[in-house]
Design a binder for this molecule. Structure first.
Ligand code: NAP
Length: 401
């Protein structure tokens, strides 16, 4: 088996690589088929047979449950553990009932603590902004805790009743007896770890602005503490190259000089308006789990929507790449969905394993395809132009590689 090796931060990738994939639910099979076609073409074109990928399909989600009575069998988890890197389609999670999210479970199982979501405008895409070309923002979202830690108790359950009783007896705090209870967890270690990742990412990608998004005015000891811990890391890691907003405006007229990195912060509600009114002022947004999820969909909407937003879930030695969007069940099996998010997630995956040429070839081909006006219905309907199906769009990208 041709496997990726990982040793103390160093990744070694064989040229005849085996990579696992999960098709996912809803539109998952349609966009996965389209994506693998594009990824294969990029590898073939850039490496001319010197490198290849053998894809291994893993069971997960609704198809797996129907076939095996299990949403994610152990061998799927083991295969990702062994192969270290995987790509997945979206998986459905029922709202307010049913199974907990398999996506969240995988992020926690493999310690995929950084959710990286680069959002970039491609010429030709519809946008509600006047100058969408100013949008080039990467969200670095903490991926393991916050309200996503899954500590929730249903109204009337032993857990909810126990907490309500304890809050009254130990802290004299009265919570209504009809409350469902969720616990928000933000640790110093996870906050510092994600800020370190954001700084490393900024340096590697030559980005010079990092904005900490938080709601620390209200949640002082979770989101406020997140902000403080991020600033602490910035001071330790960046030293003299760190700059604040006061220096930026007083000495440099708002332009970050060469060799310096601006670290500032925005309260979450303000952040959500700033990304619309002045996106050019933001480059990397580092955020706790929930804020990061909200803001990335909002920024994606500025450059055409969820159909064009990729993401990577990255940890120490493991990584899973996926679209930012979900399974959009109403478009399932109709050859309608936009596969761009997953295609770009595949490009991110290649960049992660050091196959930079394949990454660049995919981005260039997607850009050319969109500039030519070849778009799926989510984008074409806004422009009133002819829409390509999922597979026809993938063919157009392949042609442009
Ligand atoms: P969604 O699946 O992202 O879809 C929301 C809307 O976004 C769609 O109705 C569609 O908008 C548009 N859209 C999303 N992806 C598209 C694509 N590839 N091409 C064209 N349009 C696209 O969000 P949701 O309806 O809130 O969630 C559905 C399920 O997905 C839920 O079970 C949720 O838990 C799950 N989910 C999974 C993941 C994951 O696997 N990582 C992430 C998020 C959500 P229009 O209706 O305007 O056409």
């Amino acid at each position: 088996m041709a496997l990726i090796q990982y040793d103390n931060g160093n990744i070694t990738v064989p040229d005849d690589l085996e990579l696992p994939y999960i098709e996912g639910d809803g539109i998952g099979p349609d966009i996965t088929r389209a994506t693998l076609k594009v990824l294969d073409a990029a590898v073939k074109k850039t490496y001319g047979g010197r490198r290849s990928v053998k894809w291994i399909k893993l069971d997960a989600g609704e198809e797996s449950f129907a076939k095996l009575g299990n949403y994610i069998p152990d061998w799927t988890v083991e295969a990702i553990k062994l192969h270290r890197v995987a790509i997945k389609g979206p998986l459905t999670t029922p709202v307010g009932k049913g199974i907990r999210s398999i996506n969240v479970m995988m992020r926690q199982t493999f310690g995929l603590y950084a959710n990286v979501r680069p959002v970039k405008f491609f010429p030709g895409l519809p946008s509600p902004l006047k100058a969408p070309e100013n949008v080039n923002i990467t969200i670095v979202r903490e991926n393991t805790e916050d309200v996503y830690a899954g500590i929730e108790f249903e109204k009337g359950s032993d857990g909810a009743n126990g907490i309500i009783k304890m809050m009254k007896s130990d802290f004299k705090i009265d919570i209504g007896s009809d409350a469902g209870i969720g616990i928000k967890v933000i640790t110093e270690s996870a906050s510092k770890r994600i800020m370190k990742y954001a700084i490393k990412y900024a340096i590697a990608h030559k980005k010079n602005r990092i904005t900490i998004m938080h709601k620390g005015n209200i949640m002082k000891f979770t989101e406020g503490a997140f902000m403080n811990w991020c600033y602490e890391v910035a001071r330790e890691e960046l030293g003299a190259s760190l700059m604040d907003e006061q220096e930026l405006h007083e000495k440099y007229e708002g332009k970050v000089p060469e060799g310096r990195i601006l670290v500032n912060d925005r309260i979450a509600d303000n952040m959500l308006q700033q990304i619309i009114t002045r996106p050019e002022d933001y480059s990397i947004i580092v955020a706790p789990n929930l804020n990061g999820d909200y803001v990335s969909d909002a920024i994606a909407a500025e450059v055409g929507g969820l159909g064009v937003a990729p993401g990577g879930n990255i940890g120490e030695g493991h990584a899973i790449f996926e679209a930012v969007h979900g399974s959009a069940p109403k478009y399932a099996n109709k050859n309608i969905a936009n596969p761009t998010s997953m295609i770009l997630a595949g490009a991110m995956m290649f960049s992660h394993i050091g196959w930079k040429e394949a990454h660049d070839a995919i981005y260039a081909a997607v850009e050319k395809t969109m500039k030519d006006g070849s778009l799926t219905q989510d984008l074409a309907r806004v422009l009133g132009s002819h829409a390509l199906g999922t597979s026809e769009f993938a063919d157009a990208v392949v042609k442009n590689i």
